[in-house]
Ligand binder design. Structure first.
Ligand code: 3IX
Length: 169
């Protein structure tokens, strides 16, 4: 799996909660590569409500987690979330167009240190740091579910080194 020629990032799989178009309960993220970052717009609604008019914090965390899944596609690395930390800086308002941005800050063998932000216009709503660990195909066999054909191709050996991190933009 890799970004398309126009920079858009295909869904991880059709039913992915974050980005799968077939998941009626999902967030429907459409991600794209913008230089060395991944971006997506997100409008949350009453299904995502916590306090009245505010998005539930877990939904915000889910959006950032799946955004990091988009960063993995940009990097060409299959990995899973080992740790996700979110600082909530301002309420995420329902009905507002929110902007997600994610990038890889650093990699160290199997460890990928990813960072992301959620903005409402100029307002920083949330920032996240995550540790992802590279995995191979065996990791996903444990569910017993059928893997998308494309995954069999990208679940390559995890030892491959990432290219040097690009400078922040
Ligand atoms: C080519 C294209 C690639 C495209 C990629 C596309 C998709 C991404 C892939 C899959 C996801 C698919 C779709 C959804 C996409 C994105 C959504 C967000 C992602 C998720 O929704 S994903 C679900 C939630 N996620 C889990 O379901 C993980 C459960 N978990 C485990 O499966 C294991 O826990 C695992 C595999 C993480 C590690 O297990 P393990 O046995 O392989 O490795 P081990 O434990 O030895 O750790 C190795 C080194 O990491 C350190 N380490 C480990 N965990 C740490 C922690 N929490 N904090 C600090 N350090 C930690 C150790 O200390 C050691 O460090 P050291 O080497 O220095 O000793």
């Amino acid at each position: 799996m890799k970004p398309r020629a126009d920079g858009s990032i295909p869904p991880h799989q059709p039913n992915c909660f974050g980005c799968g178009p077939e998941n009626a309960a999902g967030l429907g993220l459409n991600m794209h590569v913008d230089r060395s970052r991944v971006r997506a717009d997100l409008v949350l609604d009453h299904r995502h409500e916590g306090a009245p008019g505010f998005a539930h914090g877990g939904v915000v965390a889910s959006a950032l987690d799946d955004l990091f899944g988009g960063v993995l596609v940009m990097l060409g690395r299959a990995a899973v979330t080992a740790n996700l930390s979110v600082d909530y800086r301002a309420p995420a308002l329902l009905g507002h167009r929110l902007r997600l941005t994610g990038w890889c800050a650093r990699s160290d063998g199997r460890k990928l240190h990813l960072q992301g932000e959620l903005h409402d216009a100029e307002t920083l709503v949330a920032e996240a740091r995550a540790l992802f660990i590279s995995v191979d195909g065996d990791h996903f066999q444990r569910s017993g579910a059928t893997m998308p054909e494309e995954w069999n191709r990208w679940l390559a050996p995890v030892e491959a080194e990432l290219p040097p991190s690009k400078p922040d933009i």
